[in-house]
Design a protein around this ligand. Sequence first.
Ligand code: NAD
Length: 489
Amino acid sequence: MLTETRSADQSPIHHELLRQNAFIAGKWVNGPDRIAVTDPATGKVIGSVPDLGADAALTAVEAAQAALQDWRRVSPLERANVLLRWYDAIIANQQALARLLVAEQGKPLAEAVGEIGYAAAFVRWFAEEARRINGDVLASEESRRLMVLREPVGVVGAVTPWNFPAAMITRKVAPALAAGCTVVLKPSELTPFTALALADLGQTAGIPAGAFNVVTGQPAPIGDVLTSDPRVRKFTFTGSTAVGKMLAARCMDTVKRVSLELGGNAPFLVFDDADVDAAVAGVIASKFRNSGQTCVCANRIYVQRGIKPLFAEKLAVEVARLTPGCGTEPGVTQGPLINDAAVEKVARHVADAVSRGGRVLVGGSRIESAGAFFAPTVIDDVPADALLCREETFGPVAGLVTFDTEEQAVAFANDSSAGLAAYFYTRDHARIVRVQRALEYGIVGANTGLISTETGPFGGIKESGIGREGSRHGMDDYLEFKFVCEGLR
Ligand code: NAD
């Protein structure tokens, strides 16, 4: 059952932070055409942004190139201070930003508050890292001193998705600014308001005009500029694998540095010796957070035969307790999906699983409402070749596949072109070590369903991406090496 939806006069948006223009060269920029932004929980338009194209993107690149000349020379301490002021501003506005985020993206308010905190954590982390951009002095030769300098890559083009409208932005912009780079960001056209609010707070915090630009509009014309303009020296993308591959290929004409955070298809293994309650809690945290719309969310759940009936029963009870509704309503734990196309994809995956013998234990269908809701769902006896296992479902559906041996579980888990996150539950320490080693993934959760932190390197192997975000390694993508040989005679 859906909880009561908010009435039309209860605007969810904190108006002080709502900016409905793009932000280029430190100025708010309008345009003749607009893109409407919709609240996925109600289907109602909540505002609009300019539909800017290649010209605006070129202006933003120019502004970023101009700002780069000064920003790269600002001392690391001062860059850190600007970022720390941005962090303070984000935290001071955490609740208001979270409400803005809920309005355009739909996740429950508590999750949105958590995402703003997570987004801010990247800003603080990279403020701290700004002061640790250290090179090397190599073993000296008699006639030459050999040094390795770290220098900012230059202008960064960034493209981000709708599922984390705050964190995906700071995870790129904060290390770029900390390194001395400047940025042109194209946020998802579905969730531009959080990005614009972050840019606004950044300006107040002292990020100079042109150092962080946000260009709104349809993706292709802006993307074309960011992937082809020779002044953009690095392109960083988070989103679907198909789009990421296409944009990365375009970057090769001007040989840009490229980072990709792409789709996952995370396996979640539950062994007979697991703590069942903990494993159920892990699935709820990993699979149902953001209604299953995270790149690291458990997509395929493999359960060992002995424990499967108990696990399925307990998971069904917990999933039946989840409460879908508008993210700002008290007690809601499941927001809408981003749009109708997402609901249709989830329905297609469920129909496919059922047609192959899957048994729906809970949910299984769209929730009739004006919003894009799909009922939290558990399907038992899903065959390993179902769509639920082969593609990212990106919705609140837990499909359970049975396995017999550890070897079979690991083979199932690794049978994917994706390699972002994987999870497993067992109480056997030797198995923890074996399975950790065997999983071909960039991130592994052993007895936990929550793996995201600004302190750890986030990213995938195989077709899930190139590079890492967050952690001390997150600066590397924004820094070049310069090897200097200094003759001494
Ligand atoms: P998407 O690829 O459709 O869109 C991502 C971004 O690319 C958006 O800003 C979109 O406007 C833009 N885009 C789309 N077509 C473009 C084009 N032709 N030129 C330029 N830009 C273009 O992905 P999405 O639906 O927004 O996000 C969901 C996907 O993102 C999932 O696959 C998810 O796994 C992935 N994701 C990955 C991570 C990670 O860290 N690995 C994090 C979050 C999301």
